[in-house]
Design a protein around this ligand. Structure first.
Ligand code: ASP
Length: 321
């Protein structure tokens, strides 16, 4: 097990009229990523961070950037989100996703959705075009059609790798048995992103297939505002990954964002949150954070968490696993 932390180096240009340094940080899930899959995970987060950053540089907001980065990883079959998501106990993909902007504390979320590649785009539509924060199941799919979000044949999201994992898990795991050890027994490569734009607005997004062999209807932390993600312009934004039942119990993302102060930066806030996850729930996972000045931090207590970040002044993303 390793405990890794990170912090960006560049500082804000004091002469600039900008309120913050544009930055995006993404993760590809905290778990025991198999050796043979690590390169694809690093390539995937690298490209996702660049996609999100380009959005920031071309006038997009923080919420546009996190959506773009997460959509990239939903389309990449490497990750447990969109195409490539893990299968539930019935052998189906059921997706959870959410998005939140710190500008006005607006959020949108979907859970137990089948037949949508970009669950994060649907969550954004819930935020912007419905009077609600969260829609689930068939109602969420009906809303997707009304809102013009592209739908697909649910089976088209299933990849051979996950068919094989499902067949293996069916033999060795009980239905609904969850991996508290953060991917040591089953995959947990949920995706997430946090960003800060030049106006000092922060945002977070998370998207996942949840847990392998989860019971039909199980909702994890990822679409839950406060657990899987949180964003508040007064402090910062966070996206969680790992043992969902533990993350929900400690409301991890909100806990981390609220702990950001002048003296507690994103790295320390991330470490404190994962420490609570481990000490109170024996859970494994990770979290990425950005504050409203554009400083970032992340940590994980699993063997790996693919991550990449790029900020103004950097020529290429910093990538790790
Ligand atoms: N937290 C997710 C869930 O429990 C899994 C993950 O992060 O990979 O659904």
């Amino acid at each position: 097990m390793c405990l890794a932390t990170g912090r960006s180096e560049a500082t804000m240009d004091k002469t600039s009229k900008r309120k913050a340094r544009p930055v995006i940080l993404v993760h590809g899930g905290a778990w025991a990523t198999p050796e043979g899959e690590r390169e694809d995970h690093q390539k995937g987060v690298h490209r996702a961070s660049l996609n999100g950053f380009e959005t920031l540089l071309t006038g997009g907001s923080a919420v546009d950037a996190v959506q773009k980065a997460v959509e990239h990883m939903e389309a990449d079959p490497t990750f447990n989100a969109g195409r490539g998501a893990v299968l539930n106990t019935h052998g189906n993909v059921q997706l959870d996703a959410a998005i939140m902007t710190g500008d006005g504390l607006r959020a949108g979320s979907v859970a137990c959705v089948s037949g949508v590649l970009h669950a994060v785009a649907l969550a954004r539509a819930v935020m912007e075009s419905s009077p609600h924060v969260m829609l689930v199941g068939d109602g969420a799919l009906e809303f997707a059609r009304e809102a013009g979000i592209e739908t697909c044949e649910p089976g088209s999201l299933i990849v051979d790798r996950e068919r094989e994992r499902y067949a293996h898990a069916k033999r060795f795991m009980k239905p609904g048995q969850l991996d508290q050890l953060g991917g040591l027994a089953s995959p947990a490569d949920t995706v997430g992103a946090v960003a800060c734009d030049a106006d000092g607005h922060v945002a977070a997004a998370t998207s996942t297939g949840g847990a392998l062999l989860k019971l039909a209807g199980r909702v994890g932390d990822s679409p839950l505002i406060g657990s899987g993600l949180y964003a508040d312009d007064r402090r910062g934004a966070a996206s969680s990954t790992g043992y969902g039942e533990g993350i929900m119990s400690i409301v991890m993302a909100h806990r981390a964002v609220e702990s950001l102060t002048k003296s507690v930066g994103p790295s320390e806030a991330a470490q404190q949150a994962v420490h609570v996850l481990e000490s109170r729930t024996q859970g494994r996972g990770g979290i990425i954070l950005v504050d409203s000045k554009g400083e970032i931090g992340f940590t994980f207590n699993t063997p790996c968490m693919a991550h990449a970040y790029i900020a103004e002044g950097m020529t290429k993303p910093d990538v790790g696993i």
